[in-house]
Every structure is written in structure tokens, then in C-alpha cells.
Design a protein around this ligand. Structure first.
Ligand code: DP6
Length: 412
């Protein structure tokens, strides 16, 4: 049987606590400022991608969540594939120079790429970060590239900026860099995924009818029109990057929480300062932020921290020991939609409640019960579902038995 040249990987989602917003070079995707994120567990959110190279294939083909898409339709996809191929071509040249026998010309063969998320696209969660990180990790594994994860993060970056941070687990900084060619604009790991095992995240998926402005378009308008933004880039972000790295190193949740919320708020403030203004948060998002502040006030310490990206969904970071209180409060104030089962609304993956059906029934802690009474209940379905997850590891290479491609090179 002929050898098969194929790799299958999974890659995680990341949620920034210091936001990337703004490019100084749109073609190379070079940011105006550094950013920092937390990688979330692949048990709950991940992209799986299989890539095969074969001289028998006619052209590059891509299947995304079961639908074929034209590779040539996405300039960013073409850029990422071309960059990875040129790294492979360099390796093949070196192998030939060293007269190593049997150099496989993978850089010249067409690719079949099949990619799937384990979360519904309709959930409104950004999939470009895990998607490009999976693509580039799979190409790295298939091409046996000698480059480090940081070096490969530059390739993920040309697909989507935030994707470079999904090349690592744990806590990850994207260093903005200064070089015009982007050589120093890459991701580095600040701390591994086991550094702060108590840190967890709740994703509150919020109903949204409005067609939102893409991050790509929105951030360029901000760069062009917001005066506040210039101040953010010049003075605020550098200070916060240092303070956030200290908070993570010290596992100092109070500082982590405050900086996370302030940075999310400032990101949404520069969006409103953009002309015409951009509003990503809606009434439900703002009510969740209010509830988090009320939760912290009731407990007398910063116990939870919200952050919002280019959409209305909330991500709330909290420590394991506070999660039960938080889940009880949130599910009481934001009851499950009538057409959704308890298991689909809040699957309770860590067994905090007696059963998922208990979500929204009781707020045990007296101070929080009082708070729940005063806030009351929002209409059922204001929050559509809740994903509870932890900090997670970086891209994983899977065995060929996990491939998404059949022996004929088409999707399973
Ligand atoms: C608000 O990485 O999606 O999530 O580089 O144009 O693909 P492109 O943008 P993208 O922007 C993400 C912006 C953000 C903040 C963040 O993740 O840091």
C-alpha cells in the first residue's frame, strides 16, 4: 500500500483579557497593540482538522463543518497555506542539499482539508481562532516543520490575528512587535494550562438578532476615527499587559478580575467612540455585567470577571470555589428558554448541582438569595445556553484513527 501523508489535530478557542483591536498592517495582520488571552479547554470547545497531501489530488479542497468551500475564495486561507508550503519547500531544499534520500515533495502536492467545530456556529462563538490554529498545526504536523509553536503562530496570525494565541494552551501573550515584515509579531506562552487550575470560565450565549459588524471591519474603522483609541494603544495597554502578567504569575484573582473587566469595558468604549459607532454589547450583555458587579459587591470581593468580544455573549471568569454560587445566581436571574432542555441549557459538566434540572431553582447563599430577589428574573431565553469550562492546553496531534477523511481522501 502507498504511504499516506496526512495529519489530524485539534486546537482550542481563546478569550482575550487584554483585547486585540486594531491593525497597523491589514495584509500581514500586524496589530496596533499587544494582547493577552486565556486558552479554554478543548473538552468543550475545539476545532478538529485533518489534512492530506497527495499527488493524486487535482486541486486544494476544503470542507468546513460538512460544506465544501472554495479555498481560493479566502485570501487569508490562501495566505496561510502558501506560507506553510514555503516553509515545507525550504525544508525539502535543505534535505536535498544534505543529500538525504527519499525527500517527499509534499510542498508541491494538492491538499484536502476537512475541518469541524464541536460547538454550533449558531452559538455565535468565534471559530476563526481555533480554526486557523488547527489548520496551521495540522500543516506543521503534516509537513514535519521544524519551527516552534511561536514561529508557527506567525502563520496562524495571517489567517486571523487572534488565532496566533490559540497555538498555545494556558495564558498567552501576542507580542505586537515592531518589524514591518511581522517577523516579531507572534504568540508566546505566559504560563501553562496547569499554572492556575482553579480558574474557570462560564460562557453565557445571549440571543442576538442583529447582524454584527465583523471584527476585521470594525477595528479598521476604530483605528481611522477614534481619538480615545490612540490613548489606549499608547498608554493603557502597555501598562495593563505588565499588570496582567503579574496578576497571572501571582494567581492574584482580584487584580486579574479588575483588569479583565476594565479592558473589556475600554474595548467597548473605543467601539462606541468609533464613527459611526459600533455597539457589540446589547441590553442582556449589560445586565450580565451589572449582575457580576452586584455578585462581587454581595461577596465583598472581586469573585467574578466578565469580558465581551465583538458580539453580545459574555465570558465570565471565576475561581472554582465560587462557581456554584455564580451558576445558581446566573441561572436564577436568566432562566432557561422554554424550548431548551436543562441538559442543553447548562450541562453542569463538573457536577455542581444535584442535576442540570436544578439550575435556576435555588440560590443557597443568603446574601446572594437576597440579591437574586432584588434583581428578579429576566425573560426566559435571554441567555440561550451556558458553557462551563476550564483553562486548557494547546493544539493536539491525534492518531490517524481520528481522521475526518476517508481512505479516498474525501470527508467521512
Ligand atoms: C474582539 O482575530 O477576529 O475578539 O485579525 O481581523 O481576523 P482579524 O480579527 P479577529 O479579532 C478578534 C478581536 C477580539 C479581541 C481579541 O480576541 O483579542
Amino acid at each position: 500500500m502507498d504511504a499516506v501523508f496526512e495529519a489530524t489535530v485539534t486546537a482550542p478557542v481563546n478569550i482575550a483579557v487584554i483585547k486585540y483591536w486594531g491593525k497597523r498592517d491589514a495584509a500581514l495582520i500586524l496589530p496596533t497593540n499587544s494582547s493577552l488571552s486565556v486558552t479554554l479547554s478543548q473538552d468543550h470547545l475545539r476545532t478538529r482538522t485533518s489534512i492530506r497531501a497527495s499527488p493524486a489530488f487535482v486541486t486544494d479542497r476544503l470542507w468546513l463543518n460538512g460544506e465544501e468551500e472554495a479555498v481560493s475564495a479566502s485570501k487569508r486561507l490562501v495566505n496561510a497555506i502558501t506560507t506553510a508550503r514555503s516553509l515545507r519547500a525550504e525544508l525539502e531544499r535543505r534535505q536535498r542539499q544534505q543529500q538525504q534520500g527519499n525527500v517527499v515533495p509534499l510542498s508541491e502536492w494538492p491538499l484536502h482539508i476537512c475541518s469541524e467545530n464541536n460547538f454550533p456556529t449558531a452559538a455565535g462563538l468565534a471559530s476563526s481562532a481555533s480554526g486557523y490554529a488547527a489548520l496551521v498545526s495540522a500543516l506543521g504536523a503534516l509537513f514535519e516543520l521544524p519551527q516552534s509553536a511561536s514561529e508557527l503562530s506567525r502563520v496562524a496570525r495571517v489567517g486571523s490575528g487572534s488565532a496566533c494565541r490559540s497555538m498555545f494552551g494556558g495564558f498567552v501573550a501576542w507580542q505586537a512587535g515592531a518589524a514591518d515584515d511581522g517577523s516579531d509579531s507572534l504568540a508566546v506562552q505566559v504560563a501553562g494550562h496547569q499554572h492556575w487550575p482553579e480558574l474557570q470560565a462560564l460562557i453565557l450565549v445571549v440571543s442576538d438578532q442583529k447582524k454584527k459588524i465583523s471584527s476585521t471591519t470594525g477595528m479598521q474603522t476604530t483605528v481611522e476615527t477614534s481619538e480615545l483609541f490612540a490613548e489606549r494603544v499608547r498608554t493603557v495597554v502597555p501598562k495593563r499587559m505588565a499588570a496582567m502578567q503579574r496578576a497571572i504569575a501571582d494567581r492574584d484573582f482580584a487584580s486579574f478580575a479588575k483588569i479583565t473587566m476594565q479592558d473589556s469595558n475600554q474595548f467597548h468604549a473605543v467601539c462606541l467612540d468609533t464613527y459611526p459607532p459600533i455597539a457589540y454589547m446589547n441590553d442582556a450583555s449589560r445586565s450580565i455585567a451589572d449582575l457580576v458587579h452586584a455578585f462581587n459587591t454581595a461577596l465583598g470581593r472581586p469573585a467574578a470577571a466578565y469580558t465581551y468580544d465583538a458580539g453580545p455573549n459574555a465570558v465570565i471568569y471565576a475561581l472554582e470555589g465560587d462557581m456554584r454560587d455564580l451558576v445558581e445566581l446566573v441561572t436564577y436571574c436568566f432562566p432557561r428558554p422554554e424550548d431548551t432542555t436543562p441538559e442543553a441549557f447548562y450541562p453542569d459538566p463538573f457536577g455542581l448541582l444535584a442535576s442540570p434540572a436544578c439550575a435556576g431553582q435555588e440560590v443557597a447563599a443568603p446574601k446572594l438569595a437576597e440579591l437574586a430577589q432584588s434583581v428578579g428574573r429576566f425573560p426566559a431565553g435571554t441567555v440561550r445556553r451556558i458553557i462551563h469550562t476550564t483553562v486548557g492546553d494547546g493544539p493536539r496531534v491525534l492518531p490517524s484513527s481520528q481522521s475526518l477523511l476517508n481512505p479516498d481522501g474525501l470527508p467521512r
